[in-house]
Design a protein around this ligand. Sequence first.
Ligand code: NAD
Length: 402
Amino acid sequence: MNAHPAGCAREVQLQKEFVEQIDFSAEPGPDTAPPRPTGSGAAGENGPKTVLIIGGSTGYGLASRLVGAFGYGAETVSVSFEREATDKRPATPGWYNTRAFDTLATKAGLKSFSFNADAFAHETRDTIGALLQARGRKVDLLVYSLASGVRPDPDTGHMYRSSLKPISETYTTRAVDFMKETISEVSLEPAEQDEIDATVKVMGGEDWQLWVNYLQENGLVSDGFQTVAFSYIGPEVTHPIYRSGTIGKAKEHLEATARSMNSRLQQNGGAAYVSINKAVVTRASAVIPAVPLYISLLFSVMKEKQLHEGCIEQIVRMYRNRLYTGGEVPTDSEDRIRLDDFEMQPEIQAEVARRWETVSEANLNELADMQGFRSDFLRIHGFDVPGIDYEQDVALGDIPEL
Ligand code: NAD
């Protein structure tokens, strides 16, 4: 419910420092391990010059902004929807993150433009379009990283609400309370058709398509323009609530949108992709039943195998080993970028499945990385961040100097 201004700002700074220690100039080399900081790094030369991120304040979107700016020197424009602080209540983490990003970008001599606005509204597209026109910039990369529960139809104003539900059958699973370390059984009733349709409206590809159409129609895409939206597949235990559930229907729509956009964009040397990313702790993923328990087991196994990644490592690979290798973009048979390659390795999945069967409150800390999940969850809200003195009072309306 809370966010810590200094902690959020420091977390963004740590991610920026991570990106600065990655070498983006060299040949990417074999993609067999997560990127690790080397102590020195170099900016990539053949990357995007202008990156627009829809949902660039937290999670995968923020990471996409950081890598574009500090890995490739790009000018970044971001839209996110965050709540400002009041006298008594802190702002949302993304509000502080965005402040921190802009401060760090300015210090590094990079241009950045941040809008706190509803990305679903036509006026927001107009605002961004006007900015790009005024600056004479065309977008090289559009990253679409929205996670939202609601979407007002931009023409009628009708409010659509997404649901996180299974389809056809009741789904009973185990859920972990990662703060109390208790496991309980939860049952979710199947969605009605109108709930499925509304979820597709909110989290499907319609709004992404509107953004790309807008940029194209207004001459705001460069030759070779690329766009990416994010999706998830994951293991069978989460399929009823994720891949085969309401959200999965929305992701199918997103993937179909990518395919149809791609064939149009290809005519001008451009491309559209869905990238299937790894499960990580974000404000969006922490609320999906079964997912926190799966993620805690997964983290434990991936850390043991030295294959663990967070958003920033994933997005380093998206730019360096997928989109900007200088060659063809590696994709699967359905033209999707796969950043869940380590997560989905058969031996990792087999071990997680084995632990899923045997996990209980008694062996939770042995089999699952509860501490890692909790720490990640706290950190995305600015708590548990190294180097922050939480005894100090902080002003809620701004971030401390970086
Ligand atoms: P997140 O909650 O960290 O970020 C969501 C972003 O959307 C924030 O910047 C927020 O401000 C913005 N946003 C929400 N509503 C908005 C609106 N109306 N207007 C403007 N901005 C708005 O979520 P995330 O986990 O980084 O998710 C991003 C994408 O990645 C989603 O498509 C998600 O399905 C996908 N993904 C997530 C995971 C995971 O494990 N978290 C895995 C694979 C794919």
